[in-house]
Write a protein that binds this ligand. Sequence first.
Ligand code: BES
Ligand code: ZN
Ligand code: ZN
Length: 480
Amino acid sequence: MNVKLVNQPLASIDADLTLEFITPQQLLRHPQKEILLMAGFKAEEEQICALHEQRLLVCGINNLSDELFRTTMAKAIKLVMEYSYNSLKLLQYGDNHFKALIEGVILGSHRLNAYKSEPKPSQLTEVIFSNEEINGLDLDTTKLEKTLTQTLIISKATNFVRDLVNQTPYDMTPQGMAITAEDIANSNHLECTILDVNGLMDEKMEAMMAVGRASINPPRLIHLSYKPKNPKKVITLVGKGLTYDSGGLSLKAAASMVTMKMDKAGGCAVMGIIKAVSELGLDIEVHAFVGAVENMIGGNAYKPDDILRAKNGKTIEVRNTDAEGRLVLADVLGYAQEKIKSDYIFDYATLTGACMVALGPYTTGVMGHNEELKQSWLTAAQDSGEYCGNLPFNRHLKKLIKSEIADICNVSSKPYGGAITAALFLDNFIDENMKDKWVHFDIAGSAYTESAWDVHTYGGTGAGVRMTLEWLLKLQQGLQ
Ligand code: BES
Ligand code: ZN
Ligand code: ZN
């Protein structure tokens, strides 16, 4: 989809269809009021009415929030893509809703076509924004241009991550993740290092190797770096990249196994983020680490009762092979901190079903020791259109992952607070000097959906991408 900004009044722009947002009050003064009312249109939230003779698409919006502009735009784009129009034009609404509208266009126009033998064609190729504002406000065109460029990069990176997550476990193996990383590195001038099993062995990453041992698709550790000259800060991102999570010997039930191709979403997110960071040309050094592994069963599978030694020397009692993400992250966090001294370390993982129980299926769980840092993330998430919720640590929960036989156990002794105890497990692999610089994001609920919500339809959502780029843009501006 070609999205452009034109410095012309809306009326002088040539396009097949005009899109308008109107509130219930504006409806009463609308020139097409009679026909719209006749069609049952009341300008209610996300209500859309097409007046084809007038080449007009009217979208209801009952408050002027970014969230409604974004979701309504996404819904409208989906509808227009079903028609035969080639181009669509619209005005600006206020001086700060442009970003939400562009996001609506790019995220709303994303389609799940890769595995269809006959992908649905769409005639719509162009969305044209005028710089004219609905109430005649004089807008700064340079600022609009910048918003357009940045938002296109971020939204397209989100779609890129969605496409990666949606790939089948057959197509996207750990080696597939490594090849994807190399492709990103080549097209974005990034450095890329890949460790295979021998490399993992040399690095003493026994926990990650154990998880991948029963798979015919051996694990890979990916390290992508973006290194601008004189960076303001150095950031490390770590992603859980389970290309499939069968549960291992603690096998998942049939119904819970379906969708577990999405267990790589954290790894895909950090790859999409670093791609966007380089396209945005940020003055921040970013390192993305992915533990790409397949958790399978077999004669050589790791077992409940095994004790693993992680890279930082701590021993882990395995009581459930389905709590594999934390084992992979334990080693990748250890490796990342050893290789790169950074100002912050953030990890992204579809880690626990418990996170969905705690926060619902749309919200990313935010965990860590630094309240102020977590708050900055909650704000960035809100500004980006993603949902995040704080899940607080406490010293009692910490005791639930004690082990009688090893340093720590990979599951909690109690069935409650599983998202937090998983994060407290990861805490054991965060170096002392990084405790206050670390945030863990549990994207188990937010990374994938089987029913439409917000700007998402079916499949990967790209969770983590928009909020992280929002946070990094604020850091770049010295606001963080
Ligand atoms: N990948 C899953 C978590 C998950 C569940 C993500 C549902 C998305 C949707 C993770 O590896 C897992 O299986 N976690 C277990 C942990 C338990 C064994 C302590 C869980 O959540 O049940
Ligand atoms: Zn699992
Ligand atoms: Zn998993």
